[in-house]
Design a protein around this ligand. Sequence first.
Ligand SMILES: [Zn+2]
Length: 87
Amino acid sequence: MRIKCPYCGERALEEFTYRGDATVTRPESLDASATDAWVDYVYLRDNPAGPHKEHWHHSAGCHAWLVVTRDTRTHEILAVEFAREGS
Ligand SMILES: [Zn+2]
């Protein structure tokens, strides 16, 4: 599998570090009433079959954080974008 970094171009997978699911969002509330939301955020992940957004770090390259859309069935990379504007 190869990932096309927006800065560096196409690079080998070994240059990147997988961080995890890019679709989860941190709960805004720190109240005890949000415990279920925090359990979901920290421990629960979907296991989709098909296109899925993931965080990848170009750790042996430019150190950019990327959101990679990958088909989990074929490992085809469908899109690569910066995780945050200005990264
Ligand atoms: Zn890069």
